[in-house]
Design a protein around this ligand. Structure first.
Ligand SMILES: Cc1ncc(COP(=O)(O)O)c(C=O)c1O
Length: 382
């Protein structure tokens, strides 16, 4: 360690990864430039290519997901789009579940413009996936638990289906989190995160991540370098900070979600609760098989029988915030029909189980008694 190194004088190292805000780096020599360019060493030349603060966070997420490597990018949707752009060509078939995050629908319209054939599948119909496979199916893309109804898709069964036509299996693990589910161990080729959610966890950064093999990392890196979806160093530093507490937060969020789901399940004004941690949930048995240490921090439920009741209930909440997003320190609630699903044409939003009066609740890390009290008092007012 050089005593002249401003970051590590006399060898003491900073406890956090420094935020390297440089766009470019002075080349040490032409030989070093060659080694970096030819991929012999992980070095830095230009921010769109790579950055040490960003690289540090990639290594942490890779470890959490049990992956050889991970590539992070600006948003969760950038991560989804990078996967589509890297692995789909004109004439290929993509099987994608209706119940994925709504903005994927808009991306699918772009993919169709470029000649990709898109098949939409309802997660309730995943047992019949073989019916949907085509000789040109190159990718199966899913979330489990799904957004917003928390349906459970059997990842190992989807792997078996993907193998029948040589397709890649992509799992968006945002709802589950790596604390509760490791899709790579169940056969996924790539795991996507909106790291905006639980990985970051504090409503203060947007980020995407793809955890995968070294070979796929290299191919996705090619796309990121080409299109410039590289994460900012400050964003990476915030994400690294979030990751230090992610296991603790995920444990607490899932415990709070379980308590709230059980309370709502017994409430006369709540006709339906969707949460895989409930014993009567249709996804419970498969969830027990593929999720560990709990069932995630998100649940969905219907309020009475119309959207005005759902709005009145949300307006009456004091502790739980009326806001989109999920996986944060605060509990967040929204009506998907009016928010996360606005990417879809109105008539499409209610075709796979979501109702206008369905609400999505993402548990935070608050005291559970306060959350139950809040739900109780708000339900009493409608
Ligand atoms: C499951 C899931 N995947 C992807 C995304 C997109 O992530 P971002 O908003 O970071 O682009 C979201 C956003 O809510 C999401 O819930």
């Amino acid at each position: 360690m050089s005593p002249h190194d401003p970051l590590t004088p006399y060898g003491n190292k900073p406890m956090v990864t420094p935020i390297v805000n440089a766009v470019n780096y002075e080349y040490a020599s032409f030989e070093v430039l060659r080694k970096i360019t030819e991929g012999e060493v992980d070095g830095y030349t230009y921010h769109r290519d790579d950055n040490p603060t960003v690289r540090a966070v990639e290594k942490i997420i890779a470890r959490m997901e049990g992956a050889e490597d991970c590539i992070v990018c600006t948003t969760g949707m950038a991560a989804c789009t990078m996967v589509f752009l890297t692995y789909l060509n004109a004439g290929d078939n993509l099987i994608i579940f209706h119940d994925v995050y709504g903005a994927n629908y808009k991306v699918s319209l772009i993919l169709e413009r470029f000649g990709v054939d898109v098949t939409w599948l309802n997660a309730d119909d995943s047992d019949n996936i073989d019916k949907y496979l085509k000789p040109n199916t190159k990718m199966i893309f899913l979330e489990t638990p799904t957004n917003p109804l928390c349906k459970i898709v059997d990842i190992a069964a989807m792997r078996a289906a993907a193998d029948k036509c040589g397709a890649k299996l992509i799992v968006d693990n945002t709802f589950a989190t790596p604390y509760h589910q490791l899709p790579l161990t169940l056969g996924a080729d790539m795991v996507i995160h909106s790291a905006t959610k639980a990985l970051g966890g504090h409503n203060d950064l947007m980020a995407g991540a793809i955890a995968t093999s070294k070979d796929y990392y290299n191919e996705l890196w090619f796309t990121r370098q080409a299109i410039g979806t590289t994460m900012d160093a400050y964003q990476a530093s915030l994400l690294e900070r979030g990751l230090k507490t992610v296991d603790l937060r995920c444990e607490k969020m899932a415990a709070n979600a379980q308590v709230m789901a059980e309370f709502l399940n017994d409430h006369p004004k709540i006709p339906r609760v969707c949460y895989p941690g409930l014993k009567n949930d249709p996804g419970h048995e498969v969830a027990k098989k593929q999720m560990t240490r709990g069932f995630g921090g998100v649940l969905a439920f219907d309020v009475e029988d119309d959207i005005e009741k759902a709005k009145a209930f949300i307006n009456a909440l004091d502790v739980i915030y009326h806001a989109v997003s999920l996986g944060s320190t605060e509990s967040l609630i929204c009506i998907p029909f009016l928010t996360t699903m606005v990417y879809l044409p109105e008539e499409r939003r209610t075709t796979f189980g979501v109702k206008k009066n369905t609400v999505r609740l993402s548990a935070g890390i608050e005291n559970p008694d306060k959350l139950i009290e809040d739900l109780k008092q708000a339900l009493n007012k409608i």
